[in-house]
Design a protein around this ligand. Structure first.
Ligand SMILES: *[C@@H]1O[C@H](CO)[C@@H](O)[C@H](O)[C@H]1NC(C)=O
Ligand SMILES: *[C@@H]1O[C@H](CO)[C@@H](O)[C@H](O)[C@H]1NC(C)=O
Ligand SMILES: *[C@@H]1O[C@H](CO)[C@@H](O)[C@H](O)[C@H]1NC(C)=O
Length: 251
C-alpha cells in the first residue's frame, strides 16, 4: 500500500515540477532551437537561438506581471528566424501535463524593425493574434481542449501549428506562443515564450486597432474566462468557452 502511495506521490511531484514551455520550433522542414531554461547562460550569446531567454518551467500567475510579455527575463535572443509570410510556425513542447484552457499565438512588430533592442513592455507594444486553440468538444472540465489533445506521451514532441498571414507586411516581429492553464481554482497559469522572426514576402497588410491588445493588459482577473474554477459544476459543465481578447487577424 505504501508503495502505491509513494508511486502516486512521486508522479504528482513530477507533474507539479513538469510544467514546461515551447522547447523548439519548426518552419517547414527547418528546426530551430528554443532557449532551454535549465541548460545555462552560455545560451545568452548563442548565435543560433532565436527564442528569448526564460529560466524556469514555472508559470506566471499575475495578469499584470511584465514577464507576461516574453516570460522571465525575456531578454532578446541573438538570432531571428527567416520567415516567409504565409508559412506555418510550429511550436514544440515536451509532454504537456495540463489539460484545461486556451492557447494563443500572438505577434508584435519590433520597434525600429529591430528585435535585438526591442522591449515590448517599455515600448507599450500592440500585439495581435494570429491563431488560437480552445475547447474542441465536450465540457470545460472533462472535454477535449486542444491543450489536452496535442500532448504526446510517447516521447515525441507535442506540436502546435499556426499560420502567419501571407499578406503581413515584411519586417522584424516577435511571435509569442501562450498557453493559459485553468485547472487551478481561480488561479490562472500563463506560459508565454517569444520567438524572434524576420518576415519576408510581398504583403502590405497590417492589423488595425480592433485586433490589438497590450500584454500585460489583455488578461484580467475580472474576466470569468480567465479567473475560473472549472470544478464548480455550473462552470465546468458548460460546453462553450469563448477565448477572451481581440479577434484573430487572418490577413
Ligand atoms: C513575475 O513573474 C516572475 C516569473 O514567474 C516572477 O519571478 C516575479 O516575481 C513576478 N513579478 C511580480 C511583480 O509578480
Ligand atoms: C525539439 O524538441 C523535441 C522535444 O523535446 C526534441 O525531441 C527534439 O530533439 C528537439 N529538436 C531540436 C532540433 O532541438
Ligand atoms: C498550416 O497550418 C494549418 C493549421 O493552422 C493547416 O491547416 C495547414 O495544413 C498547414 N499547412 C501546412 C503546409 O503544413
Amino acid at each position: 500500500m505504501w508503495r502505491l502511495l509513494a508511486a502516486t506521490v512521486g508522479f504528482l511531484t513530477q507533474q507539479a515540477s513538469a510544467h514546461g514551455g515551447a522547447a523548439n520550433y519548426t518552419v517547414g522542414d527547418i528546426w530551430y532551437p528554443g532557449y532551454d531554461p535549465y541548460a545555462g547562460s552560455w545560451q545568452d550569446t548563442d548565435p543560433t537561438i532565436p527564442q528569448r531567454k526564460w529560466i524556469t518551467n514555472e508559470p506566471i500567475f499575475e495578469t499584470t506581471n511584465h514577464s507576461l510579455a516574453c516570460n522571465f527575463p525575456g531578454t532578446p535572443a541573438r538570432a531571428s528566424i527567416p520567415f516567409p509570410a504565409g508559412s506555418n510556425i510550429s511550436a514544440m513542447y515536451n509532454t504537456w501535463v495540463h489539460t484545461v484552457g486556451p492557447m494563443i499565438a500572438w505577434m508584435t512588430h519590433c520597434t525600429n524593425d529591430d528585435c535585438a533592442t526591442f522591449d515590448p513592455v517599455a515600448s507599450n507594444a500592440d500585439w495581435f493574434k494570429i491563431g488560437e486553440k480552445g475547447l474542441l468538444e465536450g465540457d470545460i472540465l472533462t472535454g477535449s481542449w486542444f491543450q489536452k489533445e496535442f500532448s504526446r506521451w510517447d516521447g515525441s514532441p507535442s506540436v502546435w501549428t499556426e499560420r502567419v498571414p501571407e499578406s503581413l507586411r515584411p519586417g522584424a516581429y516577435l511571435i509569442r506562443h501562450e498557453i493559459v492553464s485553468l485547472h487551478s481554482e481561480h488561479r490562472p497559469q500563463f506560459y508565454p515564450e517569444c520567438l524572434q522572426v524576420r518576415v519576408t514576402g510581398q504583403g502590405n497588410a497590417f492589423p488595425g486597432k480592433e485586433y490589438m491588445a497590450k500584454i500585460p493588459g489583455v488578461w484580467s482577473m475580472d474576466q470569468p474566462e480567465i479567473n475560473m474554477n472549472p470544478y464548480d459544476p455550473e462552470t465546468g459543465s458548460k460546453t462553450e468557452y469563448k477565448i477572451p481578447g481581440p479577434p484573430v487577424w487572418t490577413g
